[in-house]
Design a protein around this ligand. Structure first.
Ligand code: ZN
Length: 120
């Protein structure tokens, strides 16, 4: 799935300019492609099972200005050790695009569900 996102980024890029990662629903720019990183030595894209048993593919980004934290932070079922999380909703349409993570030692990052975002 992330290969699709990378292909879209490559295809939409006429120049060396970075393209934003956008909400797949309303196209608001959520994060910059250059913000993609691997948290805690992981690859930038990881797959996880949620508590409902659904497989989710998540790309981590250092910051996501288009993602609004929603709800109270919790550390229940956190996929990243040493973090608490809240749901991350699109600032444009409110669709859940992923999660905001806060490290217990400070700092934040976001995880975006690859099938709910697109590039370009
Ligand atoms: Zn949206």
């Amino acid at each position: 799935m992330f290969e699709r996102l990378e292909d879209e980024c490559a295809a939409s890029s006429d120049s060396d300019e970075e393209r934003p990662i956008r909400c797949g629903s309303c196209a608001v720019a959520v994060a910059d492609e250059s913000a993609v990183f691997g948290e805690g030595g992981r690859p930038a894209v990881s797959t996880f099972f949620n508590p409902s048993g659904e497989l989710m593919e998540v790309v981590t980004v250092r910051t996501a200005p288009g993602l609004r934290p929603a709800g109270r932070p919790t550390s229940d079922f956190s996929w990243f050790p040493g973090t608490s999380w809240t749901v991350g909703a699109c600032r444009g349409c409110g669709l859940q695009l992923g999660w905001w993570y806060r490290r217990t030692d400070g700092g934040e990052f976001a995880g975006l569900i690859t099938e709910r975002v697109r590039c370009g």
